[in-house]
Design a protein around this ligand. Structure first.
Ligand code: MN
Length: 361
């Protein structure tokens, strides 16, 4: 039994756990496959025995990489749940991922399990995935390194006159040439007033002198790790208001990072960054949480928000990404990712973030 399955069984208070989120199946078996609408299910018994129900068309890939005790392929046209029911034979209590197990699959499960005996193991799975080890840390660092190398190329370019989309295309081409498999999202490239929309869409806006250029992007590595970072550049020289907004976000970013010490509540980390921006008078323009976990997925546990009173632990990986979005004027966000160690926060990002170092041509 692998360590991860061992830890999962310790969290189980049911006979069976069914894992269907493909990234969680990857986490527990080492095999990633997107089954689309077909059924992919890792079935874990309380004693640690594992069975994998999967589309037969993935047979070769599954057998080559999945570490499980039993392989149960199903062909198109067959009832995949027959395989599930075979494994569940005799089980009375079953846990599924509440955020992922679909309603229709839940109804199938009711054919053999009583409704009151079906529970969710989502929180326990999220918690397990939220704790990363040294190997995870190193692989996340590789993701960040590719991302930052990509971003550095902008300093050598003539950005003024390019469109947001052209900058985005350049970033994608560059990180692919550096070994990234795909973008983890976006990229989000927003110039001038567009940057005041925290999740605006990259478009055909031409980048002008005096614009802030907000770039939020990340990559997926061949090992299935993601990165996510934001820097806000200035084309030429900033004016007074831009400077004030930028400095406030930077202070909040640093306050959030400094607050991320083992034993602190996530809500306190959110508060540290938020208080800093409020003290500068920009509180009303900071409209989202301070950060989120990341690892194999772009947004995973834990969430760094005012409502999460859980305590940050060694091995957690989170982003710190305060922002100020003043509609019609400007938007600034600065996002770093960090790994929590006993001695404090290890920040993956080395990319400059002082305004003087953010000037693009
Ligand atoms: Mn983020």
């Amino acid at each position: 039994m692998s360590d991860k399955i061992q830890l999962l069984t310790e969290e189980m208070n049911t006979d069976i756990a069914i894992i269907t989120d493909p990234m969680n199946v990857f986490y527990f078996t080492g095999m990633f496959s997107d089954p689309h609408e077909r059924l992919l299910a890792l079935i874990v018994k309380k004693n640690g025995t594992t069975s994998l129900v999967y589309p037969a068309l993935d047979d070769e890939a599954v057998k080559g990489s999945a570490k499980v005790d039993e392989f149960l392929p199903h062909r198109d046209g067959e009832d995949a749940f027959k395989e599930v029911f075979k494994v569940l034979d005799g089980a009375t209590t079953v846990a599924v991922e509440g955020d992922h197990f679909t309603f229709n699959r839940y109804k199938r499960l009711l054919e053999i399990v009583e409704d009151k005996n079906i529970t969710s193991i989502q929180d326990a799975v999220n918690k397990l995935r939220g704790i990363k080890d040294e190997d995870d840390k190193q692989k996340l660092q590789e993701a960040v390194d590719i991302t930052e190398k990509t971003l550095h190329t902008l300093f050598d370019m003539e950005i003024e006159g390019m469109t947001e989309q052209q900058v985005s295309d350049h970033l994608v081409d560059t990180f692919k040439s550096l070994g990234a498999v795909a973008p983890s999202f976006g990229p989000i490239v927003l110039a001038g007033k567009n940057a005041a929309k925290p999740h605006g869409d990259t478009g055909d806006t031409v980048i002008k002198k005096g614009d802030f250029l907000l770039i939020d992007f990340g990559i997926v590595t061949k090992d299935n790790y993601v990165s996510d970072m934001t820097r806000t550049f200035i084309i030429g020289e900033p004016n007074k208001e831009q400077k004030a907004i930028y400095e406030s976000v930077l202070k909040a970013n640093i306050a959030g990072i400094e607050a991320a010490k083992v034993g602190t509540k996530f809500s306190e980390i959110d508060k540290a960054a938020r208080d800093s921006i409020e003290a500068d008078g920009f509180g009303e323009f900071f409209t989202h949480r301070v950060g989120h976990g990341l690892g194999h997925d772009l947004h995973e546990s834990p969430s760094v928000d005012s409502n999460n009173h859980d305590i940050i632990d060694t091995g957690n990986v989170i982003t710190i990404e305060p922002g100020i979005y003043k509609a019609g004027v400007a938007g600034v966000r600065i996002e770093d990712a960090l790994y929590v160690e006993d001695s404090g926060a290890y920040v993956f990002n080395k990319f400059p973030k002082n305004l003087d170092d953010m000037k693009l041509k």
